[in-house]
Write a protein that binds this ligand. Structure first.
Ligand code: ADP
Ligand code: MG
Length: 553
């Protein structure tokens, strides 16, 4: 062929490269993710084009990525059998900046103070050019699917590159081979122990199988199966597949109690594969525990810190794979992205509605989930006002009349007594003791159901002015309730008239206790015990008061 052309990079590329080469940023692993992701993209593009032109696949139809280590030459080679590039396409793709993400990145760099550049690089995926973080010379040999010849792009990243037709024998039949001539300090990337775990961790879910060989003569070993389970049709996936994926993806040992797999279409496109575990993780109430939903962009793992679900769903594991987010966006920018907030909203709502559905269709399975995670879900009752109603529908309670059965608020509402206008609850730490508390006597006598709340979180939401179906939640310890309005069963006296000797006794108690109580009243809440302590109607719930006192407030 003709002698290769030498050309200059576009000004922005030159700036970007300069920055990358001179960056002191230590996390250089991003280059592996970027190059593997390009290889996978190329295979995906070919897959699509071959739908119309099957001959493009030739005798080599299975997509694959091959990573070859060469310690003797200090090289790392990443090769794919994807769509490939013509010389013109390489000039365009590897000499200019076409992507909006990179432009935004450049603008940030320009606006940043000197010294911040290195950090910015780490936050952005920086595409193909990140190869120059570890290599002082990069060759790209590529043959467009269906083309007779291959082309060679070559550069030291210092302002110019050469492009020409490649000569010689060992060129790929199709696809792209990227040869990194590693810098001395990056020699570790020729070692399997260093490269294999990084690829598995960063790119284990790209939808193309990845092979690795320790030297150019070694037999390639498959290190990733290329199965992006979540992109497959639900009908092709067995329960066991899901369970396996759950275990490997989440590093768990149990099975999912609920699997949610769907594709959102419309304004934003994304795949969701989420699991509610069967067992309660030991660190569920660890304040540092954050959500465990991974964010992928087009099957490339981006972060598990995108907080896709609210805290009260922190027990859910799995992933979201977005079609719309740019791959090269920083974590900070992802947090602010309207795409992400749409995903957060969509996935949260969907999860709650799936739980609601399960509670209707398979109450026993649902109750197992509630038993494990109800205490966490209830945090949402004061953290997420907008979803209170949905969460109240999910809530299940032990009550003064339910024995060991769980009751929903709908069940509760269906058995309200005449004139009962509130949902009554009692908060404590022990279910048995709570059930036999004197505070409940007046309620028990009237057959009024009382929710027995024994989780720490209950003191917070129950006292937060919440209501269900227009009925306020009222603590049984709070002052005189509307109990007098609710009739006692036949034959029992519900009169509030106070005999003279009782009035005298009340005066005596008031005088004796003095300042230590705000009032002493005759009440019909008790039917067996003589007295009990109550909080004022407008005051703090007694259990919350104790809790705050024990926390030193
Ligand atoms: P991005 O992948 O976000 O487009 P990159 O800098 O990673 O940005 O790559 C730039 C372009 O180079 C790609 O869009 C693609 O057209 C081309 N390219 C890079 N690597 C390959 C490859 N292995 N096979 C085919 N084309 C590639
Ligand atoms: Mg890329």
């Amino acid at each position: 062929g003709a002698a290769p052309d030498t050309r200059s990079f576009e000004a922005d590329v030159a700036k970007l490269l300069h920055l990358m080469v001179h960056s002191v940023y230590s996390d250089k692993d991003v280059f592996l993710r970027e190059l593997v992701s390009n290889a996978a993209d190329a295979c995906e593009k070919l897959r699509y084009e071959a739908l119309g032109k099957p001959e493009l696949l030739g005798e080599n139809p299975e997509p694959r990525i091959l990573v070859t280590l060469d310690a003797d030459r200090r090289q790392l080679v990443i090769e794919d059998n994807g769509i490939g590039m013509s010389a013109a396409e390489m000039t365009e793709a590897l000499g200019t900046i076409a992507r909006s993400g990179t432009k935004a990145f450049m603008e940030q760099i320009a606006a940043s103070k000197s010294g911040e550049g290195g950090q910015l690089i780490g936050q952005f995926g920086v595409g193909f050019y990140s190869a120059f973080m570890v290599a002082d010379h990069v060759d790209v040999i590529s043959r467009r699917a269906g083309a007779e010849t291959a082309s060679l792009w070559s550069s030291d990243g210092l302002g110019t590159y050469t492009i020409g037709e490649s000569e010689g024998g060992d060129w790929p039949i199709r696809g792209t081979r990227v040869v990194l001539h590693l810098k001395e300090e990056a020699a570790d990337y020729t070692q399997r122990f260093s490269v294999e775990p990084r690829i598995k961790a960063q790119s284990g879910h790209v939808p193309v199988p990845i092979f690795l060989r320790e030297n150019p003569y070694a037999e390639p070993l498959q290190i990733s199966d290329g199965a992006a389970l979540w992109t497959r049709a639900k009908s092709d996936i067995s329960e066991e597949d899901y369970a396996d994926f759950y275990r490997t993806n989440a590093g768990q040992f149990d099975s999912p109690a609920l699997t949610l797999h769907y594709r959102a279409e419309g304004v934003h496109e994304y795949n969701v594969l989420a699991f509610v575990p069967e067992m309660r993780p030991f660190d569920l109430f660890d304040p540092d525990r954050t959500g465990r939903i991974k964010l992928y962009v087009r099957r490339v793992f981006i972060t598990d810190e995108a907080q896709i679900l609210p805290r009260y769903l922190r027990f859910v594991r799995g992933l979201v794979d977005s079609q719309d987010l740019p791959l090269n966006v920083s974590r900070e920018m992802i947090q602010e992205s309207p795409v992400l907030s749409a995903i957060q909203k969509g996935v949260t709502n969907r999860l709650l509605s799936e739980l609601e559905k399960l509670s209707q269709s398979e109450p026993d399975r649902y109750l197992a989930i509630w038993n494990n995670f109800g205490a966490v879900l209830k945090e949402g009752l004061y953290e997420d006002y907008g979803r209170r109603e949905a969460l109240l529908k999910l809530a299940r309670f032990r009550t003064s009349t339910s024995g060991h059965e769980w009751r929903s608020l709908a069940d509760y509402a269906a058995s309200l007594k005449e004139n009962q206008t509130a949902v009554y609850f009692a908060v404590g730490t022990d279910l048995e003791r709570l059930a036999s508390s004197p505070q409940l006597e007046g309620f028990r006598a009237r057959g009024i159901e009382v929710l027995l709340l024994t989780d720490q979180v209950d003191s917070f939401w129950a006292a937060s002015g919440i209501d269900f179906d227009g009925k306020p939640f009222r603590s049984v310890t709070q002052g005189l309730s509307d109990l007098g309005m609710i009739p006692l069963p036949e034959g029992e006296n519900s009169s509030l008239e106070t005999p003279d000797d009782v009035a005298a006794f009340v005066d005596f108690v008031k005088a004796t206790l003095g300042e230590s109580v705000s009032d002493v009243r005759v009440s019909d809440r008790l039917t067996e015990s003589a007295v009990c302590l109550v909080a004022p109607d407008s005051g703090m719930d007694r259990q919350l008061e104790k809790l705050l006192a024990s926390a030193g407030q």
